[in-house]
Design a binder for this molecule. Structure first.
Ligand code: ASP
Length: 353
């Protein structure tokens, strides 16, 4: 791995909370977020890197189950304010909603050309067998890495966890106890971490046009998620589609984007979509893609005007809808942009698939 030799890399740590910095409550024995000094005191090895490492912390730090679009804006604001002062950013975050935050930041941080590496841990940093120390140190090294042209190696939002670096808007939490807690089922790893950090340069995001960095605020929370399951009742489905103040639905369908063929299902969807609702179809499968027309059971969705989400994750679909509705563009434009990759979050099926 290359790091700049002419100057000490400057890294900003943004501590939001999560298991990595938690300690046990002596009365309840439950883990709860603790302050940044405690965290950093447990990683004296960071000093061996000889980087300039500054930090900012959520006050108070939170369990990521409490993460919200307002918190995403807070993180984006920190990156925006210090973008030109640092070579890279490391966000310390709970694992539970890390993939949502990574997805949201990928849409918010437009034309990002510096690394924003999100990490955390399964065991608190104060525990003997913690994975937090290694994750934090590796994330900081990745945030400082440069390529052979002297540019930042990673120019996107990514999740570093144990042995892998994943594109943030492609990753999903796959295990509540495995140290390799994340995986991207539809996109290769950006780097494999072993004795060395081996980057897969072909997989790394690169911009083709030079536009200035800008942050998109104003995420719109007017969306819901509906999971299909055998036995879903018509009244419950209609009720969900007509949830007040809802502009968009992420519809988690079966397999390659299939749904019940019952006429009531089509009628309910068509009515809602004709009324202005945007419905985005993603698969419930952990891997693979929505392929409209592959099965007759997907025809009703296409005919009703549902937008196919290709191989996007649910986390990225939610973030993308919040981001697009927050741009104050008409619904037809939201629909159009949903079908196009914005920052590497989806791969469109090749014709014939
Ligand atoms: N509940 C914790 C959180 O997401 C879990 C973790 O960090 O691993 O904040």
């Amino acid at each position: 791995m290359n790091t700049p030799s002419a100057h000490r890399p400057r890294i900003l740590l943004i501590y939001t909370g999560g298991t990595i910095g938690m300690i046990e409550n002596p009365e309840t024995e439950a883990l709860q977020p603790f302050n940044f000094d405690h965290l950093i005191d447990n990683v004296p090895k960071l000093k061996m890197l000889n980087y300039v490492i500054d930090n900012v912390s959520f006050n108070p730090p939170i369990d990521s189950s409490d993460m919200s679009p307002e918190h995403w804006e807070e993180i984006a604001h920190v990156v925006e304010n210090s973008y030109h002062l640092y070579d890279g950013f490391v966000v310390l975050h709970g694992t539970d909603t890390m993939a949502y935050t990574a997805s949201a930041l990928s849409f918010m941080l437009e034309n990002l050309r510096k690394p924003v590496i999100i990490t955390g841990s399964q065991l608190p940093i104060g525990e003997v067998r913690t994975d937090g120390e290694e994750n934090l140190i590796t994330a900081v090294q990745i945030a400082a890495a440069i390529d052979r042209h002297g540019d930042p190696m990673v120019q996107e939002v990514a999740i570093l966890f144990e042995n892998y670096l994943w594109r943030g808007n492609r990753a999903t939490k796959r295990s509540a106890d495995n140290f390799n807690a994340f995986k991207s089922h539809n996109y290769p790893e950006l780097a494999k971490i072993g004795l060395d950090i081996n980057y897969h340069e072909d997989a790394l995001y690169r911009h083709h046009v030079h536009e200035p960095f800008k942050v998109n605020y104003g995420l719109d929370k007017s969306i819901i998620v509906i999971d299909l399951f055998p036995g879903l009742r018509e009244d419950a489905f209609r009720h969900a589609l007509h949830t007040p103040a809802t502009k968009g639905v992420v519809l988690r369908s079966f397999g390659a984007g299939n749904a019940p063929t019952a006429p009531w299902f089509f009628d309910a969807l068509k009515e809602a979509i004709d009324g202005g609702l945007v419905v985005f179809n993603v698969t419930q499968c952990v891997g693979g893609s929505v392929l409209p027309g592959r099965y007759a059971a997907s025809d009703a969705l296409a005919a009703a005007g549902v937008v196919a989400g290709a191989d996007i994750t649910t986390e990225a679909a939610i973030a993308k809808m919040m981001f697009l509705f927050g741009q104050n563009i008409p619904a037809h434009e939201v629909r159009r942009r949903l079908t196009h990759p914005i920052c590497g979050e989806m791969t469109l099926p090749s014709p014939g698939e």
